[in-house]
Design a protein around this ligand. Sequence first.
Ligand SMILES: NC(=O)c1ccc[n+]([C@@H]2O[C@H](COP(=O)([O-])OP(=O)(O)OC[C@H]3O[C@@H](n4cnc5c(N)ncnc54)[C@H](OP(=O)(O)O)[C@@H]3O)[C@@H](O)[C@H]2O)c1
Length: 317
Amino acid sequence: MSKGALALLIHGGTDNWSPERFEDVCRDRRVILMPATGFDPADVAYAAVWKPAPGELAAFPNLEVIFNLGAGVDALMADSSLPDVPLVRVAVDDLTNRMMEYVVLHVLMHHRQELYLRQSQATKRWAPKYQWPASALSVGIMGLGTLGLRAAEVLKTIGFRVAGWSRSERQVEGVECFAGSAGLDPFLRRTDILVSLLPLTADTRSILNRNLFARLNRSSPLGAPVLINAGRGALQNEADILACLDDGTLGAASLDVFTQEPLPASSPFWAHPKVVLTPHNAADTDPDEISKYVARQIAQLEAGGALENVVDRGRGY
Ligand SMILES: NC(=O)c1ccc[n+]([C@@H]2O[C@H](COP(=O)([O-])OP(=O)(O)OC[C@H]3O[C@@H](n4cnc5c(N)ncnc54)[C@H](OP(=O)(O)O)[C@@H]3O)[C@@H](O)[C@H]2O)c1
């Protein structure tokens, strides 16, 4: 019997995700780039997807596994017709390390007063300010999962005081861990730089709002707390961020994600002097790495092993 086919349902970025990449690593399996004709949907056992249209996956009656080609599954979870089969998300070192780079870059940028220094350079102003050590700042990471843990590890090595907030209790050496709604307030009160690496779920939508920013520590050398969001745009209330930057509740923000992407040219974030923005590229996925990850998981499953990084649909991540 021939092996179940792998269908690729990829919207936006198909150039990067050529079927040849998957054919190279799934040599004895048919790989079908959708939309396609001349195949029986009943032959498709696996789907590798990026932003499939709602209802698109329901076309395969014998689907066994859905592989999301990114870490966040919020777009898929919004599809009520999503087949009830295991949904696997990406968790690979390559992506994890790219996100670590982004977080470390932006924490260091605020810690080392880069916004002030660049403005000084632009106006040819030689006016160094006192520079405190890393140990003077508390970085709080919301989401101590695959990405948050790696960033915490490196920030700790640099010398920052690091804390993390998760849904369930965690223990991480050298990281002060807080969990659930009871842990949120003490976590915020000791945080100078807030890093959001949360998944978007019903519980986390709009969590980054004025009420939360107002509870961050205000007595660090930074003067006012800083927000770094590389999770998802819908985690943040953008009107609140702008108002809090303007009234000093927040000192600065690094934003990689937005409620509307691409960010419209009319957005005040583009030109805001206290905002460092990037176009949702904090951690791109490497297609070679991810296609190998999918092929390895399929081989593992067909050899009687278990799938890794299966999404818990009840939790939503
Ligand atoms: N900007 C980019 O380029 C980019 C790239 C990749 C990923 N992302 C985003 O990053 C997110 C995180 O990825 P990941 O691989 O680290 O995910 P993960 O391993 O699933 O970790 C998620 C973390 O968030 C915590 N969490 C979830 N819901 C919570 C809640 N209601 N309250 C408190 N903590 C909660 C989890 O708590 P537990 O530990 O208790 O489960 C876990 O620690 C993705 O979902 C995606 O949206 C962005």
